[in-house]
Design a binder for this molecule. Structure first.
Ligand code: FMN
Length: 197
């Protein structure tokens, strides 16, 4: 299932069964979270108007100009993945995490890690349902939180498009190829890139 996952940027007109969509989003809810902070939240969008509005905010026209299909508006379902940094800051001041109630020193911002874990659960759950999913980061998508009424505490990290796969144009990024196993996976000790280990 993991090997079958890829970002799909085109969908048929067939709707996604609501129960399947519920299971996919629930997979996001079941993602791990630091201290079980559970700062992840999701907005499920299926109405045509809202999907078209999201596609406009995402500048879908520029994808189409580049030769992609209108995959954002065409996807029958969107799941917007959101994360609350404040939930982590609150959780890590609780007694079992911080005996003096002071905020911990964050080694890394755990909220972004947990948002990624939820995202990946959703992408894989879509494949598990016989569907396909794509993702677009929303750092450049101003207006999304306002459109969907997302409270200030939550940051939308991106939109997962979900639907029945249709033939699509592959991303040019894939021309880079997947890095070879020996450069990525190290056994017992880190071995230099391109080495024999
Ligand atoms: C954080 C993140 C942001 C991404 N943003 C976009 C995006 O804005 N638009 C897009 O078409 N693909 C986006 N992608 C998809 C990547 O291009 C894709 O995952 C990569 O090329 C590898 O392809 P694959 O997922 O099909 O294996 C994003 C992926 C990640 C993880």
């Amino acid at each position: 299932m993991i090997a079958r996952r890829r970002m799909v940027r085109n969908y048929t007109g067939e709707p996604v069964e609501p129960a399947a969509l519920d299971r996919i989003v629930d997979a996001g809810r079941r993602a791990p979270s630091a201290g079980f902070s559970q700062g992840q939240a999701f907005v499920v969008v299926t109405s045509r108007n809202d999907r078209e509005a999201i596609a406009a905010l995402a500048d879908e026209a520029s994808y189409v100009e580049a030769g992609f299909d209108p995959w954002i508006s065409r996807a029958p379902a969107h799941v917007v993945v959101c994360i609350s940094e404040a939930a982590y800051r609150r959780r890590y001041r609780e007694p079992d995490k911080s005996p003096d109630g002071r905020e911990v020193e964050w080694p890394v911002p755990y909220w972004w890690i947990d948002a990624g874990a939820a995202l990946q659960n959703i992408l894989l759950a879509a494949v598990d349902e016989g569907l396909a999913a794509g993702f677009l980061g929303c750092h450049a998508m101003s207006g999304l939180a306002e459109l969907l009424g997302i409270p200030e505490e939550y940051s939308p990290i991106g939109v997962v498009t979900i639907g029945h796969p249709a033939p699509d144009r592959r991303s040019g990024s894939l021309d880079r190829g997947r890095r070879p196993v020996r450069d990525v996976i190290h056994r017992d000790r880190w071995s230099p890139a391109g080495g024999s280990g």
